[in-house]
Design a protein around this ligand. Structure first.
Ligand code: ADP
Length: 383
């Protein structure tokens, strides 16, 4: 089946047309900086040839129109669209066709994911208008974590905040954690998705049992611009500062913190590794906080799972940075986790094992678009 996969963010649209059986990407178009005077459209055809141009894209609808027109594959032959939807709350444990009822349920979840679901929904509304003949399916980032037990998903707040306000750990990056944990095919797996967003997940027999991201994607690891774990009192202190607003603090925690905030240089790991190599102490410190926290979560999930049969690295950093993988696993020899320096250096952007200790350590490139396309097909065929 040919499926169009849409991943819509606050100012960008990522789209791919895939053939689900072969996994082939027929074309790929990204529109970035929507709303700015110089939006950028990048397109790849089936041979991977790239074209790039700047254009004026005033709003989301224009962005989607531009993206769809730039696909080299034939849009007429597409009968399904898979939408990445960040938050599926407690309702959705699997992909769902976007019927009126499902769309209303996703709208209802906006209060839980105000930074994400509105953009995903805007993508759906615009796509449904432009492609009314297609069937639309929502594939949720949270669905894989539906199996979390209450001891892992409850926060230590008065219980009514869970029952009344639905405040709990939901977890995200589920599409990626599910894919890589299934791919290694062993019982107990600790999966580390390290991209701009980053999270660690404990998977027991194919079921997510704990995940470092929480009520929102802000909790857990240090990320490109997100702070990850902080004492909640820090937020109260930030709010008590003169002129502070909830919105300002939200921006600070989500957009100005993490690797960017600590280094004062960049959110991009490649830049930070290069800066560290040329002597930047701030870059070195930010990378150390980043890798230390991954190590802590691996240790915590080792305890949660009572040992692990494999550790997996994925995401832009996890797939490509041998240095980050080695530093994250340093000092875990007592668990039998030890990285082979040669294998690690050779495994960049490709699948392979990188260990010399007892516990297999894998690098598995993420392919969330293919999973979204396959989930879309499966959802429609099961109806
Ligand atoms: P997103 O979460 O936005 O999908 P990605 O998974 O593409 O992000 O990861 C982006 C991160 O991967 C950036 O910090 C980038 O610097 C990092 N990255 C990509 N290639 C490399 C590399 N060769 N070495 C180190 N980091 C890399």
């Amino acid at each position: 089946m040919k499926v169009l996969v849409l991943n819509c963010g606050s100012s960008s649209i990522k789209s791919q047309i895939l053939e689900t059986s072969s996994g082939a990407v027929l074309s790929k178009v990204t529109v970035e900086r929507i709303g700015a005077p110089d939006s950028i459209l990048t397109a790849f055809d089936e041979q991977g040839r790239r074209t790039r141009r700047t254009l004026v894209v005033k709003n989301f609808e224009e962005g989607l129109d531009a993206a769809l027109s730039a696909h080299s594959a034939d849009l007429g032959s597409i009968n399904a669209v898979g939408h990445r939807v960040v938050h599926g709350g407690e309702q959705f444990s699997a992909a769902a066709q976007m019927t009126t009822e499902v769309v209303h349920a996703i709208e209802d979840l906006i209060s839980l994911a105000p930074l994400h679901n509105p953009h995903n929904l805007r993508g759906f509304y615009a796509a449904a208008k432009l492609m009314p003949q297609a069937k639309h399916v929502a594939v949720f980032d949270t669905a894989f974590h539906h199996t979390l037990p209450p001891k892992a998903f409850l926060y230590g707040l008065p219980y009514a905040y869970y029952t009344r306000d639905r405040i709990r750990r939901y977890g995200f990056h589920g599409i990626s954690h599910r894919y890589v944990s299934h791919r290694v095919g062993v019982a107990k797996v600790i999966t580390c998705h390290l991209g701009n967003g980053a999270s660690v997940c404990a998977v027991d027999n194919g079921r997510s049992v704990d995940i470092s991201m929480g009520f929102t994607p802000l909790e857990g690891l240090l990320m490109g611009t997100r702070c990850g774990d902080v004492d909640p009192s820090v937020i109260l202190a930030l709010l008590a500062e003169e002129g502070a607003s909830a919105h300002g603090v939200e921006e600070l925690l989500n957009k100005q913190s993490g690797l960017l905030g600590l280094s004062g240089l960049s959110q991009d790991m490649r830049t930070l590794l290069a800066q560290r190599a040329s002597g930047s102490g701030r870059a070195a410190m930010a990378i150390e906080v980043f890798t230390y926290r991954i190590r802590k979560y691996i240790g915590a999930y080792w305890a949660v799972l009572n040992g692990a049969d494999a550790i997996v690295f994925t995401g832009g950093i996890g797939e490509n940075s041998a240095a980050v993988r080695a530093e994250a696993c340093a000092g875990l020899e007592t668990f039998g986790i030890e990285i082979d320096p040669e294998g690690n250096a050779l495994t960049v952007g490709i699948e392979g094992t990188i260990h010399r200790g007892r516990v297999p350590v894998w690098v598995i490139p993420a392919n969330e678009e293919l999973l979204i396309a396959r989930d879309t097909e499966q959802c429609l065929s099961s109806l």
